[in-house]
Design a binder for this molecule. Structure first.
Ligand SMILES: *[C@@H]1O[C@H](CO)[C@@H](O)[C@H](O)[C@H]1NC(C)=O
Ligand SMILES: *[C@@H]1O[C@H](CO)[C@@H](O)[C@H](O)[C@H]1NC(C)=O
Length: 277
């Protein structure tokens, strides 16, 4: 920390004095409309300019999880019926997998992938990735986090998101293979998409039976709240080659952890390492 400050303060002063001081740390005013992103003046500290909700009315996501959070997990039932022709899209913020025709079709028509919890069925809308992980465990992040976004088909359209951690292991993740193959063939331009044949995580879905559940938000603007989160303690393996390909396109697309309003803000951290599946 001290070393970091020693380096950054002089650099900041030099940059501030050499150019206009507003360029480095204040919102990008070159566009009429604030465009959110992950770096500097477009980054998470300024997302309230995209939507006030990002300041947090209730619990925002992601949060720092404690090992104890996983001791009384919620039982979930994940189900997927088929491999399908899906759209892989670079939306400028992440790589996203969705069905042809977008995510606005009636959810129960999508994929045939469901998350069932407490007698309620949520249907998969899309999945996407954050690098490094957005949720932390005992103060540390992992290499990658996948977000499977589900919604109920009733008028309330309640949203649930399944967060799955990935860390570096010897084995490649078979569910991510079609995405990584596509990146290796040719990374997508921003806004570009391709049709790929894949399941949306059959192998992962088979392994996950429980998750830590809490009510949070979207991790990107508009930071919409009242999202039911399920974070799985089951860490998946990506191999070095998969990591490098995903890093090449995702770079850094993670929001910092948000204050826990349940009083669960960690005061100290326990030593911990993932059991990689
Ligand atoms: C995918 O790209 C095609 C053009 O190649 C475009 O017409 C279509 O709207 C895009 N779909 C999505 C979901 O972005
Ligand atoms: C901000 O987000 C809230 C909740 O998602 C939404 O209702 C509202 O329309 C958004 N406002 C703007 C300006 O995007």
């Amino acid at each position: 920390m001290n070393f970091f400050l020693l380096i950054t303060i002089p650099v900041y002063l030099i940059v501030s004095l050499s150019f206009t001081s507003s360029y480095v740390l204040s919102p990008d005013k070159r566009d009429d409309k604030f465009k959110w992103g992950y770096l500097g003046s477009n980054g998470p500290a300024y997302w309230h300019l995209a939507n006030e909700t990002c300041k947090g009315v209730n619990q925002q996501t992601p949060i720092d999880l404690k090992l104890e959070d996983f001791t009384n997990p919620t039982k979930i039932e994940l189900d997927i019926t088929k491999e399908a022709e899906l759209i892989l899209l670079n939306n400028g913020y992440t790589y996203q997998v969705q069905q042809p025709g977008g995510t606005d079709k009636k959810p129960e028509m999508n994929y045939g992938a469901t998350l069932k919890v407490d007698g309620e069925t949520y249907y998969l809308l899309q999945l996407h990735f954050h690098m490094p992980s957005e949720h932390h465990i005992e103060g540390r992040d992992l290499l990658l986090e996948g977000h499977w976004v589900f919604q109920t088909s009733d008028a309330n359209a309640k949203v649930a998101v399944l967060g799955v951690f990935f860390d570096l292991g010897e084995n490649e993740d078979p569910s991510l293979k079609p995405i990584v193959d596509e990146i290796n063939y040719k990374p997508l331009e921003v806004g570009e998409n391709v049709t790929i044949s894949m399941s949306v995580g059959e192998q992962i879905f088979k392994k996950i039976k429980t998750a830590y559940s809490y009510i949070g938000s979207f991790t990107t603007p508009p930071c919409t709240e009242n999202v039911r989160w399920f974070v799985s303690p089951d860490v998946q393996s990506i191999n070095p080659s998969q990591f490098k390909s995903l890093k090449y396109v995702l770079k850094y697309n993670t929001r910092i952890t948000q204050k826990r309003i349940d009083g669960g803000e960690p005061t100290s951290y326990k030593p911990w390492k993932p059991d990689i599946n």
